[in-house]
Design a protein around this ligand. Structure first.
Ligand SMILES: Cc1cc2nc3c(=O)[nH]c(=O)nc-3n(C[C@H](O)[C@H](O)[C@H](O)COP(=O)(O)OP(=O)(O)OC[C@H]3O[C@@H](n4cnc5c(N)ncnc54)[C@H](O)[C@@H]3O)c2cc1C
Length: 385
């Protein structure tokens, strides 16, 4: 436990760590091998009252911000990165709903989420615009007190399992760059799930394409005002997404360090009786890996604290921290693969799963390429886009 965190967050971290060790970790290998959406993990998180992490306290939630999100996703990812990704995307979509929720959205969605009865998720990315997730091409047309949605989303985490989807769309008459987000309930007429997920890593996250054909959504499911979504992207989606992912990749890095440490402690040669722990070069390497991890964690939490405090210089920290966490996760998982030797390479070991899972960090948008560009631009006083 990290006792330097606020007391309430230490309690939440303790609940999440207990669940991660006892209910989530035992199923992580199966989730990966079978490409199985981690229903048991989500159920455990719901029963512990953690689905409402981002829901205001007055609606029965935990009222946490960015710091809470990166701390909890780290605890979960240390046990099962796919579970952390599914939980993280639920939390990001919850934060998007909560940002400007109407009375109906508060009662119908946020209270249900806080009660552990509703899972939501983000459906923003599309094949056409790829990494440029803030440019949806999915069409939105008004029709009386309903909207009609047409388009195809790609990589929808929790796809086919969530109760609702936060979908980005563009109206026919929208100004360039304007778009609108709506909550789309599951199983609506015209919603078609395409290919099943069979990813290189994050194999439990059920990231699937969703075709929306003339899907009708009540007008009251619009989030905010039509066209004020650029505000959502940079004030809510980006910070919450980046923190959820930074926490997830920190958890992977920590798990890789755990595995390396276990091997260094347990491996002993029969010919010399020497333990790997006694080899000086490995002692140096292990120390360097630990230092990488704690430096990255310090950056991630500094970014979260600045974001929660609406600090005027929060932006470059928030942009940089997910890139740093992804790089640290890949580096540590890669190093753990060497330190743990053939035993880690042989089977579909935990280290090999961590290495595959870590690689998602660079390609999930905002991708590492875009984030590095945006960090520099924000520091130079240039607009991000
Ligand atoms: C495991 C997983 C889960 C996901 N979950 C979700 C989800 O829940 N919801 C959702 O909406 N999306 C989700 N995504 C989608 C993810 O965000 C996409 O991978 C992303 O949109 C990238 O799209 P693309 O594959 O078409 O990449 P491309 O657009 O083809 O990009 C390829 C590469 O080019 C780089 N690039 C492109 N333009 C620039 C530029 N101007 N400057 C520098 N570099 C550039 C990118 O950084 C990237 O590295 C998920 C993806 C994965 C892998």
């Amino acid at each position: 436990m990290d006792h330097l965190l606020p007391v309430q967050l230490v309690e939440l971290q303790s609940i999440a760590t207990d669940l991660a060790e006892n209910r989530i970790a035992p199923l992580a290998a199966e989730v990966d091998a079978e490409c199985r959406w981690p229903a048991d993990s989500m159920q455990a998180l719901a029963e512990a009252g953690l689905l409402g992490l981002q829901v205001p306290v007055e609606l029965g939630g935990r009222g946490q911000g960015l710091l809470g999100l990166c701390v909890l996703t780290e605890s979960i990812a240390r046990a099962c990165p796919s579970s952390a990704l599914c939980y993280g995307m639920h939390c990001v979509a919850t934060a998007v709903i909560a940002a400007k929720a109407t009375e109906h959205q508060r009662e119908h969605y946020l209270r249900e989420i806080a009660a552990g009865r509703h899972i939501t998720t983000l459906a923003l990315s599309e094949q056409g615009t790829g990494a440029h997730f803030y440019l949806p091409e999915t069409r939105l047309d008004a029709d009386g007190d309903e909207f009609v949605i047409d388009g195809t989303k790609q990589f929808v985490t929790n796809g086919g399992h969530a109760d609702s989807y936060v979908v980005s769309t563009v109206a026919a008459d929208a100004e360039a760059g304007d778009f609108s987000c709506l909550i789309v309930d599951k199983d609506g007429a015209g919603m078609h799930w395409l290919d099943a997920w069979d990813g290189f890593g994050m194999r439990g996250n059920s990231s699937r394409p969703l075709r929306l054909e003339q899907v009708r959504v009540p007008a009251r499911n619009l989030l905010g005002e039509p066209g004020d979504q650029v505000w959502y992207v940079f004030e809510v989606v980006a910070p919450f997404f980046l923190m959820a992912m930074a926490g997830t990749y920190l958890g992977i890095a920590q798990a890789a360090l755990d595995e390396a440490g276990l091997h260094l402690h347990s491996r002993r040669y029969s010919h010399s009786g020497e333990s790997l722990r006694d080899v000086e070069t490995l002692q140096v390497r292990y120390g360097e890996l630990w230092t990488d991890l704690v430096k990255t964690r310090a950056l991630v939490r500094e970014a979260a604290r600045r974001g929660d405090a609406a600090h005027p210089e929060a932006l470059p920290y928030i942009l940089a921290c997910k890139t740093e966490a992804a790089e640290t996760a890949v580096r540590l998982a890669n190093e753990a693969m060497s330190i743990c030797g053939g035993a880690a390479y042989r089977d579909n070991s935990r280290v090999s799963r961590l290495l595959r899972d870590a690689r998602a960090g660079h390609v999930m948008t905002p991708t590492t390429g875009l984030l590095k560009l945006w960090t520099g631009r924000s520091l130079l006083g240039l607009p991000l886009l």
